[in-house]
Design a protein around this ligand. Structure first.
Ligand code: GDP
Length: 475
């Protein structure tokens, strides 16, 4: 019986390791330690990946292995794609190159959306990572790479036709268009983003004939895929629980590579593992020059104290009084600014809490400002998004994609702190989200027939985001 029970444990352990079948076996364990260890840090997800999702992932891995860089199919297809006019349509494999823009949180949510788009369109996903993302994530696809080779045959990107031009030409001409074999699609958020009709059958039909797409986005555009009737059917089959798309795809794609994983696991063990409860607190200040620090601190306290996420301090008793309740709550503060962690720590150092709980405050870094093209900076950002995702209760800042990543990976419905931009105070300090999914900040403003699209009530499972009313997300 001993052998049987050991075997059962090994099986259970394997199942947990592979995240319910989301991940596949066969990887070299030493090359990506987080892949085998992350289940020791995370609670088992109550959301099981569907058998259909699992089969789509295994199919995708097979296409990637067959068509990915270093294969003959890749060489052959690329030659045809960049070769003489119209030879591209004969390419055996189709590609989708993801191009990063904006911060790491934005990049991760848009990369997950792009991966889903690749699966839905039978394309091979390649990522254009600069040195700033070197050694951040493990290779997600067995026996292949997702990194676009530096010597890609694309040459000067500036000469590549764009999706917007294609749309205009398409509208203007009745005759059959000559489609390019490479196309650049920009889905980045701008204040006044142009309608792109990306969700429409007509656009997707055109795009399907182009063997290589380069997609640049900082958005989680999954809701727009969901609005397309063909993709909708597939997404419904893959994700019976609509709000678990990023949760599953994020856990599948973003395994921290060994350097960030060592930082994450050591930090967790040293400070968070022994606590009875872990609270993640992400304080993102979007307008640091116009928002006084005290206003933000007041907002954080009024949210966490009102909702009993943190206990009040007991002003009557001195610290020498030892709490009956020896519960320890560890607060992980993620912020660019050191003051927030310091203030909170000071508050709980001087006085005991009314509940008798012990509050420990940790802040792994304070980078002072967002840095671009900086590998060490990105490693810290990944570390903190990941640590936040290991919380039991999460408080994030409205509109921050950094927070969205933690939310989705962690299976958490966070409290969104109001997005403060000045010293004002009249609003609920925070509200709890209703879905695990990231918010799509730039959803379509029109139906495919050009009629204006004001809200999303005609689309089931799509709901206005709590933290950004022009945005939409899956529930
Ligand atoms: P968003 O701007 O909040 O939606 O999140 P992004 O991740 O897209 O961009 C913000 C970037 O600023 C991050 O990627 C980091 O580079 C940096 N940053 C912002 N807040 C933090 C933080 O709390 N910790 C760390 N380490 N970096 C941060």
């Amino acid at each position: 019986s001993l052998t049987i029970s050991t075997r059962t444990n090994v099986n259970l352990d394997n199942k947990a390791k592979l995240l319910g079948g989301l991940l596949t076996t066969g990887f070299d364990e030493a090359s990506c330690i987080s892949r085998v260890q992350s289940h020791l840090y995370r609670k088992v997800s109550p959301h099981k990946p569907s058998p259909y999702l699992i089969s789509k992932l295994r199919d995708y891995e097979e296409i990637h292995r067959r068509c990915g860089p270093t294969t003959r199919a890749y060489e052959r297809s690329m030659r045809k794609i960049v070769g003489p006019k119209n030879s591209g349509t004969a390419a055996t494999c189709k590609y989708l190159i993801w191009k990063p823009v904006n911060g790491l949180g934005n990049q991760m949510i848009s990369l997950a959306a792009t991966f889903l788009y690749a699966i839905l369109t039978d394309r091979v996903l390649l990522v254009k990572f600069g040195k700033d993302k070197h050694d951040l994530f493990c290779e997600p696809f067995l026996n292949s790479t997702w990194i676009l080779p530096e010597k890609s045959p694309l040459g000067n990107e500036h000469h590549i036709p764009t999706y917007q031009i294609l749309l205009q030409t398409d509208k203007g001409s009745n005759s059959k268009m000559n489609l390019p074999s490479v196309l650049f699609i920009n889905l980045q958020y701008t204040y006044d983003y142009p309608e792109n009709f990306f969700h429409c059958d007509h656009s997707q039909d055109l795009l399907s004939k182009i063997p290589l797409l380069i997609l640049m986005s900082d958005q989680y555009f999954v809701p727009s895929l969901f609005m397309n009737p063909f993709f909708n059917v597939e997404i419904n089959k893959m994700f019976p629980e609509k709000d678990t798309i990023f949760h599953h795809l994020g856990r599948y794609l973003f395994q921290p590579s060994n350097e960030p994983w060592e930082l994450i696991s050591k930090y967790y063990q040293a400070h968070l593992a022994k606590a009875d409860e872990r609270i993640g607190l992400q304080i993102r200040v979007f307008s640091p020059t116009t928002t006084p620090q005290q206003a933000i601190m007041n907002l954080v306290l009024s949210c966490t104290l009102n909702h009993k996420i943190l206990p009040t301090v007991d002003l009557q008793t001195s610290l020498s009084w030892v709490g009956k309740n020896k519960t320890v709550k560890a607060v992980l503060v993620a912020s660019l600014y050191q003051e927030y962690g310091d203030n909170l720590r000071r508050m709980y150092l001087k006085k005991p809490t009314a509940s008798g709980e012990f509050i420990e405050v940790y802040q792994p870094s304070h980078e002072a400002k967002q840095k671009f093209n900086d590998n060490k900076h990105n490693i810290k950002a990944l570390m903190e998004m990941y640590l936040l995702s290991l919380s039991d209760v999460l408080v994030t800042t409205s509109l921050s994609t950094f927070g969205y990543v933690a939310q989705g990976l962690g299976n958490l419905k966070p409290w969104f702190l109001h997005r403060l931009v000045s010293n004002n105070t009249h609003f609920p300090p925070c509200e709890q989200d209703f879905s695990l999914e990231p918010c799509y900040h730039a959803p379509p403003k029109h139906y495919c027939d050009g009629k204006s699209l004001k809200d999303f009530v005609s689309f089931s499972y799509l709901k206005k985001c709590k933290d950004f009313s022009s945005g939409v997300k899956l529930v």
